[in-house]
Write a protein that binds this ligand. Structure first.
Ligand SMILES: [Zn+2]
Length: 411
């Protein structure tokens, strides 16, 4: 594995500046391209799975977090309140309270459940400067978050579906869990004191893990303050574990916000909240992807997907035409012309780019391009439009494979 901080600098993915501050990285164009591709993928994955996306602000009144319980149980991780116009406002430590208010913004019927609200939203954590580093420990992050408001009967199935979405995303991203952890409360006063609530939600999550057939280890003292969670742990380059994905069944938040819905019986019922994040924060997810792939991202995530290599200056116009057609098709493409050195050295410079399109005299005359994959494999020359279509199809499929030899791929 690689150190994402070193690669982040070398590949110009992200940077930091002491004037912005520790734990507050900025994203350079190449890193922003990776993150944008990841965000688009997640939104589409969620949309197809029945989620609806919302936006909510990164600030909220202190009172909101007093109601949610964050103020009592989590304030050591929060920034101090700011006073404005006689109100106290804080940077939010999580999106849950905002989503609970969106749920509560009007009456809800059992017919609307499960209501899956998703957001790629900002949140802040008052991390101490000693633990900050790269993209993995930051003070402000963008979270791939969702809250599923459902009946208690629906909660286990929703949590199981969330685990399935995670497996699917991990396959597309080319990453693997180090282990699954059932995070439970530990000693100390930071957890909500209600043993019956912990027992019920803990039993539900244990049942979910059993249905999924996943081996797991319990983690005492790793629960959220309001409930137990299933955490998917990944290992970093120094073999330290971090949590990337999480699923929680929450019986506490609905009580605190007095959430309800009208049941089929016409009566008032309390929903359950399933909190889930498929890949955690964009910062931690991209940091992990850099380490796992050493900068050689799957084709659909790569900052530059195709580099066009004209063999001599005589093919410059053909290379430019290839690039504009590929860009038109939505691919991220660059031309590395003969002025940048020998073909061999340009191929070496582009070693992390999934596809290299080589155009020499013969290819130019025939309207062809010779694709070379990052692995070194060469594909026989084919018409330019066909080469672009085949790469675009692989990118659209979000696969980690760089080529498809099947007839479908050749069609
Ligand atoms: Zn939440």
């Amino acid at each position: 594995m690689y150190d994402h901080r070193r690669l982040g600098r070398e590949l110009e993915l992200f940077g930091t500046d002491p004037l912005i501050g520790a734990g507050m990285p900025y994203w350079l164009p190449a890193g922003a391209a990776v993150r944008h591709a990841l965000e688009e993928y997640l939104r589409e994955l969620e949309r197809r799975a029945g989620y609806q996306h919302v936006y909510s602000p990164v600030l909220g009144k202190q009172e909101l977090y007093e109601i949610s319980g964050h103020w009592e149980h989590y304030s050591q991780d929060m920034y101090p309140p700011m006073s404005i116009g006689g109100e106290k406002v804080v940077l939010r430590p999580s999106l849950c309270p905002h989503h609970a208010l969106i749920y509560r913004s009007r009456g809800r019927s059992y017919r609307e459940l499960p209501l899956r609200l998703a957001e790629l939203g900002g949140q802040c954590r008052a991390e101490l400067s000693g633990v900050l580093g790269g993209l993995t420990r930051v003070r402000a992050m963008q979270l791939n978050d969702a809250h599923i408001f459902c009946s208690e009967d629906q909660a286990a199935a929703e949590a199981l579906d969330a685990l399935r979405l995670m497996s699917r995303a991990y396959r597309a991203l080319g990453i693997k869990p180090a282990r699954y952890r059932l995070s439970l409360p530990g000693p100390g006063g930071k957890y909500v004191d209600n043993s019956q609530l912990w027992q019920r939600s803990g039993d539900m999550l244990t049942g979910v893990l059993a249905s999924a057939g996943l081996p797991y280890e319990p983690g005492a003292g790793e629960a959220a303050f309001y409930g137990p969670k299933i955490d998917i742990q990944v290992a970093d380059s120094a073999d330290r574990e971090t949590t990337l994905s999480t699923v929680q069944i929450d019986l506490y938040g609905p009580e605190r916000f007095d959430l309800d819905y009208t049941g089929a019986d016409g009566g008032r019922h309390r929903p359950v909240i399933v909190h889930r994040s498929i890949v955690g924060s964009m910062e931690r997810a991209v940091g992990h992807l850099i380490e796992v792939h050493g900068g050689a991202f799957p084709g659909w995530l790569a900052p530059v997907q195709i580099v066009v290599l004209p063999i001599t200056g005589a093919q410059a116009a053909d290379a430019a035409a290839f690039a504009s057609l590929a860009a038109e098709r939505g691919l991220r493409v660059e031309v590395a012309g003969a002025d940048r050195g020998s073909l061999g050295s340009r191929i070496r410079d582009a070693r992390l780019v999934p596809y290299q399109a080589i155009i020499g005299e013969r290819e130019a005359a025939a309207g062809h391009a010779a694709l070379r994959l990052r692995s070194g494999r060469r594909v026989p020359p084919m018409p330019v439009a066909q080469a672009i279509e085949r790469v675009a199809a692989l990118v659209a499929a979000h696969t980690t494979e760089l080529w498809d030899d099947s007839d479908a791929g050749a069609a």
